[in-house]
Design a protein around this ligand. Structure first.
Ligand SMILES: Nc1nc2c(c(=O)[nH]1)N[C@H]1C(S)=C(S)[C@@H](COP(=O)(O)OP(=O)(O)OC[C@H]3O[C@@H](n4cnc5c(=O)[nH]c(N)nc54)[C@H](O)[C@@H]3O)O[C@H]1N2
Ligand SMILES: Nc1nc2c(c(=O)[nH]1)N[C@H]1C(S)=C(S)[C@@H](COP(=O)(O)OP(=O)(O)OC[C@H]3O[C@@H](n4cnc5c(=O)[nH]c(N)nc54)[C@H](O)[C@@H]3O)O[C@H]1N2
Ligand code: SF4
Ligand SMILES: [Mo]
Length: 781
């Protein structure tokens, strides 16, 4: 195990640790409010402890370190705000301790206010807040003049945006514009963005990072069971008898959920993991099976076939609650164990034992993340998983269900539920449905196009063709996170007008004509919706820096300049409008949340308690039954060959977050995982003459990056892994912008054919990216 994979809390000690910590936390809160010590010392001590924690993983023992550091000093000068984490979609809540506009750190809040995490958090939620006070924060609007940015007043910047976007609408049409919303921002911000796109601009070309992520999950589950979301609540996930987990590096990407899963496994639950990399969660599994990237329909269908062939399926459930069994059964005939082994590398005995474990369990949770979705056949992968869950009767009962772990802090809500989507209004109400569209047209007093808009990836391709001329990008670092960095950057450069709304002058913002400075989650009020459908309050813990404004407030100011009389006084009023127009959020209000209600959608009205588990009685489909839909066989778009013999998968590490705009500002983190790398199997490395720590070139059909070799058994001999966190050697230099999921248009980030080349004498000691023989960007030595 490499150091960076030892994520999350130590499961074995957790119960004792949690109980003990709670008692201490309460006692300390009482004691310290009466203490009086020096003013500056606590923060030094806190920083010191922070660093020590950042350099290790977040075990309970470490939590005590920090608690001790703070508790030794007086706390009455410190402001305490309970809020929701702005990093990932687990949805941890905690108290943020702040002083004089600085975030000191997070500590457990009243567990009643933290239904998902109780008192646990991971290292990012707890300590990664330096970005908020970073000197690099955007604090004033910027406009570009003669190729250089200069500060501008809000008045000037907003006028330029109105001229820029308005000019393209006048010359061309609203559909010559594309808007990208942000799953980092609140539900209220995202609702405002979709309304802005449809009402003010007049287009459905609005999308968000969900497109690069779990859009295949949403598309698949919509077809099979009805809602594009996890069917289980956290309790099911914590208490199930069995997990089938695939394509999820849970300990690094969803550390707090990983802790819960590990605990349940320690208590006796079974866990089966299928993944091309032996990620840390696999070490806790009863069975780990290595797969070939990109061939997931094969082994998932193989499992379902085995279960049916051996009469292990749940006939009563299939009869009563599903459609399409006979067609599915027939279609599955081809997924014989021999076929499965040939294409996906899964040995027949491992297929059989996994199938038997799942079938024998009283309940099973089917868990996945991007390893299943970021493929040209991502939607089919998820449909296959849904078929397996349905055939075994594992949806809608305690401990059983579908559990995609969502990505960004608010991708479930802001990226989906709020409708900044080309095909859906808020609450997954289709834009193509006349009655629904009329409802929104009446509410917004405008006409809305009846056709679906372009998905993000399609917006970039449309711009390439000259069909899309301007973009409004809110909180997305598309220049690095889109597939094909060279393509994305060319598109951004060539646009007639680009406005970027962010908290930093990102690699994307560099291309903009106007940059609008937004508040961070720590300076905002509103709500985020977690992976488990919990709608939770986000509260302003410090005053907004400089001249920054909330994302919704910027959109409102612009809407007014375009002549629309938006008049929201607060995010709470926006939520009231959301509730009016969005049935699944019908009973959500800031007031209820403030009064302590734990609300998971669907929450139909003010008296409704919310829904912990979906589909207990019926599915959200026309006839209430779930659909079994045949999938595969299929293969990835970029198949390895003699020239590019290895398959590269890409993804995350615990300490870093995406394109690094937030985590690269943490010294502790950067001293730990500060440089890009490629994981290579020892056998592959030896054959290529590469040693651990060497700089090596990773070359694809699209470009080259130079990173350090990390020789490890985690990947198999045919696969390498590169993280997505480093601009100077951006891994998307190697990926292809045209290899997209058939249904959801999500990029195939998880399969790129590559070759490795050892470093040369003349190479500089740093990571880089290159396109052809042109060096595009370099990091400092
Ligand atoms: N620390 C940290 N946490 C994060 C984030 C972050 O940037 N940093 N980002 C958040 C976001 S937005 C998201 S979407 C989630 C993502 O969470 P994950 O999806 O868990 O993150 P990835 O690192 O992309 O890991 C994908 C997993 O899929 C496996 N995999 C690769 N190819 C295949 C394949 O073909 N088939 C299968 N079955 N598996 C495959 C990889 O080995 C890996 O285990 O994490 C969230 N949490
Ligand atoms: N190769 C490869 N590429 C990938 C992936 C992969 O696995 N492999 N994963 C994909 C996935 S799952 C995702 S989700 C995307 C992520 O891609 P992005 O969403 O582009 O990644 P982030 O770096 O999180 O960008 C978020 C931006 O929002 C800004 N921001 C933060 N808070 C706020 C706020 O409150 N308001 C505003 N306006 N801005 C804010 C940040 O500074 C940052 O610029 O990357 C995708 N790209
Ligand atoms: S697990 Fe996710 S939500 Fe929880 S503290 Fe970590 S980053 Fe935040
Ligand atoms: Mo994501």
């Amino acid at each position: 195990m490499t150091e960076h994979e030892s994520g999350g809390n130590d499961g074995e000690n957790e119960k004792k640790g949690v109980a003990g910590f709670m008692q201490r936390a309460r006692d300390q809160a009482r004691e310290t409010s009466e203490k009086d010590v020096t003013k500056t010392a606590p923060f030094k001590a806190f920083e010191h402890a922070t660093e020590s924690v950042a350099l290790n993983t977040m075990t309970e023992g470490r939590l005590f370190d920090v608690a001790d550091a703070l508790s030794d000093y007086r706390l009455q000068d410190v402001d305490v705000t309970d809020t929701t984490c702005g990093y990932c979609a687990v949805g941890c809540r905690f108290d943020l301790h702040t002083k004089d506009g600085e975030v000191l750190g997070a500590r457990p809040t009243d567990p009643e206010k933290a239904p998902i995490n109780g008192i646990s958090t991971c290292v990012k939620g707890k300590f990664s807040y330096n970005y908020v006070n970073s000197d690099d924060r955007l604090t004033e609007p910027l406009v570009k003049e003669n190729g250089e940015f200069r500060e501008a007043s809000w008045d000037e910047a907003l006028s330029r945006v109105v001229d820029g976007l308005g000019g393209i609408i006048e010359e061309d049409s609203p559909d010559a514009l594309g808007l990208i919303s942000s799953s980092k921002a609140t539900n209220e911000d995202n609702y405002a963005m979709q309304r802005f796109a449809r009402e003010v601009i007049g287009t459905n070309n609005v999308d968000n990072c969900n497109r690069l992520c779990h859009a295949p999950t949403v598309a698949a589950l919509k077809q099979t069971v009805g809602y594009g979301a996890a069917s289980v609540g956290v309790e099911d996930l914590e208490n199930t008898d069995c997990y089938l987990l695939s394509g999820s590096n849970t300990t690094e990407a969803h550390p707090v959920l990983a802790t819960r899963i590990k605990q349940n496994v320690a208590d006796g639950a079974d866990m089966v993991v299928f993944d091309p990399r032996k990620v840390q969660i696999a070490e806790y599994a009863d069975q780990y099976t290595r797969t070939e990237p990109g061939y997931d329909t094969a082994w998932i269908n193989g499992l379902t076939r085995y279960i049916i062939a051996n009469d292990l399926h749940d006939e009563a459930f299939i009869d009563e609650r599903t459609d399409g069994f006979d067609e599915l059964k027939e279609h599955l005939d081809q997924f014989t164990p021999e076929y499965v082994e040939r294409v996906s590398g899964v040995p027949p005995e491992e297929l059989a034992s996994a199938a038997e474990t799942i079938a024998a369990a009283d309940s099973c949770c089917f868990c996945w993340t991007l390893g299943l979705t970021e493929h040209t056949n991502g939607t089919e992968n998820v449909i296959s998983m849904s078929n397996l869950a349905l055939v075994t009767g594992n949806i809608g009962k305690p401990g059983a269900g579908l559990s995609p772990f969502r990505g960004q802090n608010n991708v479930q809500g802001g990226g989906g539920d709020m409708g900044p989507l080309p095909n859906n209004f808020p609450g997954y109400q289709p834009v193509t449905d006349d009655e629904i569209r009329e409802k929104f047209e009446a509410a917004y007093d405008t006409e809305i196009p009846s056709e679906e808009g372009w998905r993000t990836t399609e917006q970039f391709l449309a711009a390439d063709r000259g069909d899309l001329r301007g973009m409004y990008i809110m909180g997305e670092n598309a220049s690095l996170s889109e597939p094909g960095v060279d393509h994305a950057q060319e598109v951004l450069d060539d646009l007639d007008f680009l406005v970027v709304q962010d908290i930093f002058l990102t690699e994307t913002a560099e291309h903009a004509d106007v940059v609008l400075p937004a508040t961070t989650a720590v300076e905002s009020n509103g709500t985020f919706t977690s992976s488990s459908r919990h709608v939770q309050l986000v509260k302003r813990a410090i005053e907004p820096k400089g001249n920054t404004r909330g994302d919704w407030a910027i959109l409102q100011a612009l809407a007014r300049r375009f002549g629309h009389d938006w008049d929201f006084a607060s995010p709470s009023e926006i939520m009231d409008e959301i509730a009016e127009l969005t049935p699944i959020y019908g009973g959500i209000s800031h007031e209820r949340l403030e009064n302590g209600a734990e609300l998971q959608w669907p929450c139909w009205n003010d008296d409704h308690p919310g829904t912990t588990r979906l589909y207990e009685e019926e599915f959200n489909t026309a006839d209430g039954k779930a659909s079994l839909i045949p999938t595969g066989p299929n293969e990835p778009a970029d198949i390895s060959d003699d020239e590019f013999p290895l398959t590269m998968t890409t993804g995350r590490v615990l300490y870093q977050y995406h394109t690094g705009t937030m985590t690269h500002r943490e010294e502790g983190i950067m001293s730990y995982v500060g440089e890009d790398f490629v994981e290579i199997n020892p056998e592959t490395a030896a054959n290529a003459g590469i040693e651990n720590g060497d700089y090596v070139r990773v070359e694809s059909r699209h470009g080259t990056i130079r990173v350090t070799a990390q020789v490890t058994e985690r990947p198999g001999t045919d696969t390498v892994f590169v993280p997505m966190h480093f601009a100077e050697s951006a891994v998307n230099t190697l990926t292809d912008e045209e290899n997209l999921d058939t249904a959801a248009r999500t990029p195939e980030y998880k399969v790129t054919s590559v070759r490795l080349r050892p470093g040369e004498e003349s190479d500089p000691a740093r990571t880089t990216r290159e396109s052809g023989d042109r060096t595009l960007a370099e990091s400092d030595d």
